[in-house]
Design a protein around this ligand. Structure first.
Ligand code: FAD
Length: 505
């Protein structure tokens, strides 16, 4: 098969609308082959994100079919597959939407260089973010290390209006495609898939409906209600944003319109969306945030490795109700409320003194909204080793957090069967979702705390205290409830990062 076909390599942009790569491919006027590759980066995904990505790919294939196009599926190393499809179709152009995490970036740089050397024109496009990370800089020419000045820098920046879905010309002959079922992307989820499937909202139409529902209602009270895990007060869009089923620009403009219309919580919603941007800004400029302490002063901190206590945390069996509810929410729904993420992560890294990377990896395994930038930033922020304007780090008291944010215990009872005489469906679903090998049953007694909170807190304070001033002062549940309020700006305006542009692919 030869002809002037253009390939659009689809990755985390499973949408027709506001997809600059797809639109650029279509704008050539040539037939477009949208190609998804189950490559080394996909292979490395955790169980839940890989399963959820598979659902997204299926939905996008259906959406393309509805407009007379197709999603071609191939498996293998990205460069090998692209070269094969280029050879089969005679394509001279390849387009893709940029990604910013270290493994995707390394792959893309290599693929781009090789295809270009083959004489294929490769163009990468924005679309996963509101602003390319290298386009936002401090007055001194550096990048931002603190959120609030970052927010101030981008809040008034124009965000391009979302692009309409392109009309796609079909090739005369379609290249062969793998069968998605044959990839078994949900294999590692085992019986958990059936449980989490009740909670997912997959695809572009579902994401758009989610956004519309949110701006029509919950956005009004978002600022205050978002902190209460028992309430359905947040957008839930992280699940869709991470696979590109909706573009951040679409979300931004909807939030902006809601703000113009006077919805009280809309500006705060935009601020949260910008936390996602900030995470990518940091990941681009300091890729080590994904794997090493962002603050090197933490490098010799004596984190514990894996332990029976860490395993109890993973299983939602620590005996600390809010922590267990959070961990079970993740098992049952594939997501976790933001406040609960902070409490569960803080408990692991402070009360259990466990290396944040152990928690980071478990979230990477279990979250259907796993995002390489937000997850890394979230874990490092909670552990104290990451970017944070506050001149102290926090030891959250899970019971204090429960009293403040789950006063009536609705969230804890929703997910922890042992706390209720008549457990509901989500609490019971946990026992259907976890591996049978754990041998857990709803009638089991609730475990005693693996560490008494006071003891865990004292141990954490002693460990921090022993490290001296390098780590900063300690705040035991007295820090600002809202990170947005914490930005002192003291750490900003660092020297220009000379590598700022080099990661562009
Ligand atoms: P909303 O409150 O409706 O916010 C709208 C959007 O803003 C979100 O969809 C998300 O894209 C962005 N956002 C909101 N809060 C944050 C934040 N704190 N950091 C970055 N972006 C934010 N988020 C992920 O998307 N994937 C992750 O893997 C992830 N891991 C985390 C790990 C830890 C330890 C912590 C503390 C936070 C993590 N977060 C992660 C951030 C946050 O918890 C989720 O983005 C949020 O709970 C998603 O729910 P929502 O879509 O209803 O958010």
């Amino acid at each position: 098969m030869t002809g002037s076909v253009v390939i659009c390599w689809v990755r985390r942009d499973l949408r027709l609308a506001d997809n600059p790569a797809l639109r650029a491919a279509a704008a050539t006027g040539a037939p477009v082959v949208a190609l998804f590759i189950h490559d080394e980066v996909v292979e490395a995904l955790g169980a839940a994100p890989k399963w959820r990505l598979g659902l997204g790919v299926a939905a996008f294939a259906t959406a393309l079919q509805a407009v007379g196009s197709r999603l071609i599926l191939r498996r293998g190393p990205a460069l090998t597959v692209l070269r094969t499809v280029v050879a089969e179709t005679g394509a001279r152009e390849v387009h893709w939407g940029r990604l910013y995490d270290p493994s995707a970036k390394a792959r893309d740089v290599a693929v781009k260089a090789a295809l270009t050397a083959d004489g294929v024109a490769v163009t990468s496009h924005p679309g996963h973010l509101l602003h390319e990370p290298w386009t936002v800089g401090t007055g001194a020419g550096g990048f931002y290390r603190v959120y609030t000045p970052y927010w101030n820098a981008v809040r008034g920046r124009p965000v391009p209006a979302p692009l309409p879905a392109p009309a796609l010309v079909a090739p005369a002959v379609w290249p062969a495609s793998d069968d998605l079922d044959g990839w078994r992307m949900g294999a590692a989820m085992q019986r958990g898939a059936a449980v989490v499937a009740r909670h997912v909202r997959v695809g572009e139409a579902a994401a758009a409906a989610r956004l519309a529902d949110f701006v029509a209602g919950p956005v009004q009270d978002y600022r205050t209600a978002r902190d209460f895990p028992a309430l359905a007060a947040t957008s839930g869009l992280s699940e869709n944003l991470t696979y590109g089923e909706i573009s951040p620009r679409t979300v931004w403009h909807a939030g902006w319109r809601a703000m113009q219309e006077g919805r009280a919580g809309a500006e705060h919603f935009l601020k949260e969306l910008v936390w996602r941007e900030f995470a990518y800004h940091l990941l681009h400029h300091t890729p080590e945030i994904a794997s090493r302490n962002w603050k090197p002063a933490w490098d010799d901190f004596p984190w514990q490795g894996n332990s029976a206590q860490a395993e109890a945390w993973r299983r939602g069996r620590t005996g600390v109700a809010l922590v267990d509810a959070a961990m079970r929410q993740m098992y049952v729904t594939g997501t976790m409320h933001n406040r609960a993420r902070r409490v569960a992560a803080s408990y692991l890294t402070t009360h259990l003194l466990t290396d944040w990377r152990i928690g980071q990896r478990w979230f990477e395994e279990c979250l259907i909204d796993w995002d390489p930038a937000a997850n890394a930033m979230g874990w490092q922020w909670v552990a104290g080793s990451g970017p944070d304007a506050a001149p102290y780090f926090r030891v959250f008291n899970p019971d204090g957090q429960a009293e403040k944010f789950d006063t009536l215990a609705a969230y804890r009872q929703r997910f922890v069967a042992e706390l209720s005489t008549t457990p509901g469906s989500d609490a019971l679903a946990y026992f259907d979702a976890v591996p049978r090998a754990w041998g857990l049953r709803p009638g089991d007694p609730y475990p005693a705390p693996v560490v008494a909170l006071a003891e865990g807190r004292a141990r954490a304070l002693a460990a921090y205290g022993a490290r001296g001033a390098g780590l900063g002062a300690i705040s035991s549940d007295t820090g600002p409830a809202d990170r947005g309020a914490a930005g002192s700006g003291r750490l900003q305006d660092e020297p220009l990062d000379p590598g700022a542009e080099t990661g562009r692919t």
